[in-house]
Design a protein around this ligand. Sequence first.
Ligand code: AMP
Ligand code: MG
Length: 483
Amino acid sequence: MKLDHSFAEELTSLASEVKPIKLLNSHLVAFNHELANELGLPIQWQEEALLFAALYSQEGTLNQRPIAQKYGGHQFGHWNPELGDGRGLLLAETCDQYNNRWDLHLKGAGPTPYSRFADGRAVLRSTIREYLASEALHYLGIPTSRALCLITSDEPVYREKQERAAKMIRVCQSHLRFGHFEYFFHSKQPQKLQSLFDYCFKYHFAECAQSAHPYQAMFEKIVQDTAKLIAKWQAFGFNHGVMNTDNMSIHGITFDYGPYAFLDDFEPTFICNHSDPQGRYSFDSQPGIGLWNLNALAQSFTPYLEIEQIKQVLNSYEATLLKEYSTLMHHKLGLIASDKNRETNSNLINTWLEMLAAERKDYSVAFRQLCEFDILGGNQKLREQFINRDRFDKWAKQYAFALQNQGTIQTQRQTQMYQYNPHVVLRNYLAQQVIDQAEEGNFEMFHQFIAALKKPYQEIKEYQKFSAPPPDWGKKLEISCSS
Ligand code: AMP
Ligand code: MG
């Protein structure tokens, strides 16, 4: 394995060298073997002593040129030039067998020049939440950063109460955020903006660089990838919670997990972020905010593209998102799209969602139950879930008719639906139980949940507890933004 430092070497004005600080009584408690294998990373890192030597010793392979990155970002709609990695370090880049580049980034590494008044630490609670979420989304087929390992410690950190510091190594194509581009644009540094684009064309958008209009192609790619990502969030019921432009990856992946949530009861206007009373980043605002963020990023392309070109690319966002969303919802309902049934199917999908919203049905449970729908009738179990049975009956009749018309074999349709409607869902109340145990030093449930999240569509007896909807106390847990 060869480690690279292209960002540190070529984007020097965005990089400050900082060494990671070892925490009190550190322990490696989780190591992602699948990910290490996929990327061809040294499997020896699963040994705590060897990983710590790589991270902290002078000659350690991960300690040769760690850097904190500078960026800015629009936070809740307001431009903030003062952001950067306040507690994260890009340790190195590695290339996998397909020559794809991956960042190895240590979150919770210690203070950096961008920490401002904060402590440079990450708490165990938020680190566990990020680890769980990145595994959950990955195995649902939603693009995301990944977690390579989790390191605990006895180092006290202070949030609303005293907590323990932890670290994780995060892996993704790059840590380039919309906010990197915005930073150079708004601080009026056109040459540096140019060098950032050059870097992207060299390492991450090489195909776009080959095209007749590289900047347009790159912007198109980001717009398309972002649209498809957010369509997936909407279909699987994921609320990110803090879609500031510094948390938006140019690779269209889910990034910088904070107070996120998978929906329990279906409430389209659900807000997972306790610090967002206005609901700027509520569940159903996400598609619109994605476009808002792309508009913010578009500014940085204005030196290279005409306004009309930019508008044209931005105009493709909605259609791409809706197409992806519609495809996924068809799969979730076992419907097959054709030119003739476009309107009928979209009415069926929308009415189903309205029924769930009207009666606040558990989003994932309802879809999973729908997999058992019988076109010949007798869907008592599902029917009894709804108070408005007349509405259900009317809808069920139309649904059965549509399924019959498309001519799929019932069992095949059901099997296919099971592949799109997860049984195991990363619910906040379960994450909280994992955290409560981990804070007592017990990681058994953490490991079990990770194993269950790797097979979200399967009903495995041993993992049954991870498919239950929340009890009342577990609904709408207030997830603190502090991390
Ligand atoms: P986040 O809300 O995690 O996306 O972070 C927003 C900004 O605050 C980024 O610039 C972070 O690097 C910084 N930040 C968040 N938490 C800390 C912390 N504990 N210490 C230093 N910087 C932090
Ligand atoms: Mg962030």
